[in-house]
Ligand binder design. Structure first.
Ligand code: G4P
Length: 288
């Protein structure tokens, strides 16, 4: 899917993160538990060096718990990385992340100086919600502006931790293409810039493959449709979404399917697994 990954301000933000990151004691990256690979910032592995990192799989309440467990193990294969899961309104679990942060930098004397922590995350992943929970007040100020990692914007947290917020950008993820679709399904890409029906068709194909029972139960469909398009037609028929002349209104189906999926109305659904990503990456390697 064509996404304009590189607006000019992103270059500026990248440069700034590159400059500030070496001064950090630890990095927290907030990921969407439904798509931990697609929602990762692909620049971090090369920029972080030896700095320890906590990956927070947020929106756990929307993701398939078994798949989330697989992702935790997968993410922790990377050196210096701990992966935890989270859902909003869990203040004690959120503050546990601060204790983990302190434990991951054992030689740092927090009596002498604050632990400097950078927080990253794509738009809509729940980064502001987490920051506000950690701070115990509305503290997240990040807009879509570069130059927000300045020292004066650091947020004071308990345990003598200073949190450096960064703008929530969608970073260029070179491959696989399917990552763009998953980001769009999750709502990370604004509806105005995506092909709604195209994204819903990707979702319909995937749901039929991976969560057949859940999707058929949600829309009261008895027989398995042949493919994603047939599923969308079946949803149109069940919900009576027709244009003039009895033509299925696929735009309306797309809107409803994506909104209900995002709201968790189809149950807890993960949009990718380590196995799927492994296959996609192998296919890209073979083709190149
Ligand atoms: P951002 O800073 O990363 O852009 O994200 P933000 O915290 O603004 O959260 C984006 C949306 O995700 C918000 O919903 C927020 O309530 C929701 N959210 C955050 N954490 C979780 C979670 O763990 N589970 C679920 N299900 N949702 C979560 P919104 O509809 O945009 O706003 P609102 O209705 O909460 O006001």
């Amino acid at each position: 899917m064509a996404i304009n990954w590189f607006p000019g301000h992103m270059h500026k933000a990248r440069k700034e993160i590159k400059k500030v990151m070496p001064q950090m004691d630890l990095i927290i990256e907030v990921l969407d538990a439904r798509l931990p690979f697609s929602s990762e910032n692909p620049l971090v592995p090369s920029l972080r060096g030896d700095t320890p990192m906590i990956k927070v799989l947020n929106k756990r309440d929307l993701a398939d718990p078994d798949v989330t467990t697989q992702w935790q193990a997968w993410l922790e294969k990377e050196r210096g990385v701990k992966a935890v899961t989270l859902t909003h309104n869990q203040r004690s679990e959120a503050t546990e992340i601060l204790r983990l942060a302190a434990a991951m930098v054992p030689h740092h004397d927090r009596q002498k100086s604050a632990l400097r922590v950078m927080i990253l995350g794509i738009p809509n992943v729940g980064k502001s919600t987490l920051i506000n929970t950690l701070a115990g007040r509305p503290a997240a100020k990040t807009g879509n502006e570069p130059a927000v990692t300045r020292a004066q914007q650091a947020i004071k947290l308990p345990h003598n931790i200073l949190l450096y917020d960064t703008p929530g950008f969608l970073w260029p993820k070179l491959s696989p293409e399917a990552c763009g679709y998953r980001l769009a399904i999750s709502g990370a890409i604004r509806s105005a810039v995506i092909e709604f029906e195209d994204v819903a068709l990707f979702a319909a194909d995937y749901l039929l493959d991976a969560y057949e029972d859940q999707v058929l139960a949600r829309y009261g469909i008895d027989e398995r449709p042949a493919d994603g398009l047939a599923l969308m037609d079946a949803i149109a028929a069940r919900r009576r979404f027709f244009r003039r002349g009895g033509v299925p209104d696929l735009h309306k189906v797309a809107e409803v399917l994506l909104n209900e999926l995002r709201a968790g109305k189809l149950g807890r659904i993960s949009l990718e697994t380590p196995a799927i990503i492994g296959q996609e990456i192998s296919a890209i390697r073979e083709n190149s």
